[in-house]
Design a protein around this ligand. Structure first.
Ligand code: PLP
Length: 434
């Protein structure tokens, strides 16, 4: 039987329960295969993937070196208990430590990004003997107990079963919570606000400040370096662990291995997932600094997962990192952002008045759409939907959140592909918003 789009969609609608959805209204896109920055369906319709799926296929789809490594590992040993010593687990952890700042010692592997944050929070609580976790209203940290309550966006609200979470506002000059007009004002006022939150919550009750190094889903909110440096200072002043969530921004996405490298700060714990192996096998983890690593040399860690350091995931990490190094994938993301994606997206802003702000770095950008440039009122949801639908008709997969199109192609994207994608964006924005 020849597989058709309709068959796959019917199968899905009959049996599959989807994330973040009212099930009865779904009409999922059918994808049959992919290669590099392109995916296609069973009818042969092709899409240029400017979303990297959920911003995770940093190496693009089906990179042959990673596929071969997974296949080879599958032939050797598909699974093994986490308490064993395993070659690929050690090799993967070694490579991640090599990419981390000096002083990071160990890696705890998880199944994805949420449980990476979950375990980083747990480590910070155990180490400090404190309970509270401070995080931003403009954040997403995953869909498990503490991670979803640490999350700032509205998905937190129906899930607030974990305790000890406090939120605060981080910089977003375009929609400032602090009436700031300049980045310097926004930074200074946001830091003052954080200091006040720490004082009011009681510094001695706060285990961790958890931040995305560069808030992704919340709008690709490029953080001022001085803000992150100020947060680091506050955390150190009060003995609070700084956990930086690199799940979306890490492993090349911003043109650096870790996004916090843009700010010259070093956290106490780093969480990662997605780009570490482009999502070919589910995996995430916590990179642990020397101070915490030494603590757990003599203190029991009460946590674990059957699939912590799963061999197929580990082999895919080793091959991904080796390939990113050999093919200069992080450098490509940096150059494409600086020389092409950034300038082209800013040109779009010049041509289309509905684009209120363009921001980003590397292969990580957002176009923020407004109905009125002066008031910055967000473009209506149905117009954003029309934009999304038209882009897909024209063969571009966008990542649309609220009134924004996030432009996050694989970090291997070529100059020609960027041009092709920008041309579609230009045409569709012109068509839908004229
Ligand atoms: N942290 C950030 C910054 C994310 O963007 C995500 C997912 O999008 C997560 C954590 C959760 O990762 P996962 O979906 O692998 O649990």
């Amino acid at each position: 039987m020849a597989i058709t789009n309709q068959y796959v969609k019917d199968l899905d609608r009959e049996y599959v329960f989807h994330s973040w959805s009212t099930q009865g209204t779904l009409n999922p896109l059918v994808i049959a295969g992919g290669e590099g920055s392109t995916v296609w369906d069973y009818d042969g319709k092709r899409y240029l993937d400017f979303s990297s799926q959920l911003i995770n296929t940093n190496l693009g789809h089906q990179h042959p070196a990673v596929i071969a490594a997974i296949q080879e590992q599958a032939g050797a040993l598909t699974t093994i208990a986490p308490a064993t010593a395993n070659l690929m687990r050690g090799e993967a952890a070694k490579r991640i430590i090599e990419q981390a700042p000096a002083g990071f010692k160990k890696v705890f592997f998880t199944n994805g990004g949420a449980d990476a944050n979950e375990n980083a929070i747990r480590m910070a609580r155990l180490f400090t003997g404190r309970d509270k976790v401070l995080s931003s209203y403009r954040s997403y940290h995953g869909n498990t107990g503490s991670a979803i309550v640490a999350t700032g966006d509205p998905r937190r609200v129906p899930n607030e079963y974990a305790r000890g979470h406090v939120h605060f506002f981080t910089p977003y000059l375009y929609r400032s919570e602090f009436n700031a007009q300049t980045e310097a004002e926004e930074t200074e006022r946001a830091l003052r606000h954080l200091r006040r939150v720490i004082e009011c919550e009681g510094a001695n009750s706060i285990a961790a400040i958890l931040l995305e190094s560069l808030p992704g889903t919340a709008g690709v909110l490029v953080t001022p370096a001085a803000y992150m440096q100020g947060v680091r200072q506050l955390a150190s002043e009060f003995g609070i662990m700084l956990i930086l969530d690199e799940v979306m921004a890490g492993f090349g996405r911003t043109g650096k291995w870790f996004a916090f490298e843009h700010y010259g700060v070093v956290p106490d714990l780093i969480t990662f997932a997605k780009g570490v192996n482009s999502g070919y096998v589910p995996v995430g983890g916590v990179v642990i600094s020397e101070q915490l690593s030494t603590y757990f040399d003599t203190h029991f860690f009460p946590g674990g997962l059957t699939y912590s350091g799963h061999p197929l995931a580990m082999a895919s990490i080793v091959a991904s990192i080796d390939t990113m190094r050999a093919e200069r994938v992080v450098e490509n993301a940096h150059e494409i952002g600086e020389k092409q994606l950034g300038p082209r997206l800013r040109e779009l802003q010049q041509r289309h008045p509905a684009i209120g702000e363009v921001r980003g770095v590397g292969a990580f950008w957002a176009l923020e759409f407004v109905s009125d440039k002066a008031t910055r009122a967000p473009l209506a949801a149905q117009t954003m939907l029309a934009l999304k639908n038209r882009l897909m008709e024209r063969g571009l997969l966008p990542f649309v959140v609220e009134n924004r199109i996030h432009v996050a192609p694989p970090c291997i994207i070529t100059a020609e592909e960027v041009e092709a994608g920008i041309a579609i964006l230009d045409e569709v924005i012109g068509c839908v918003l004229s």
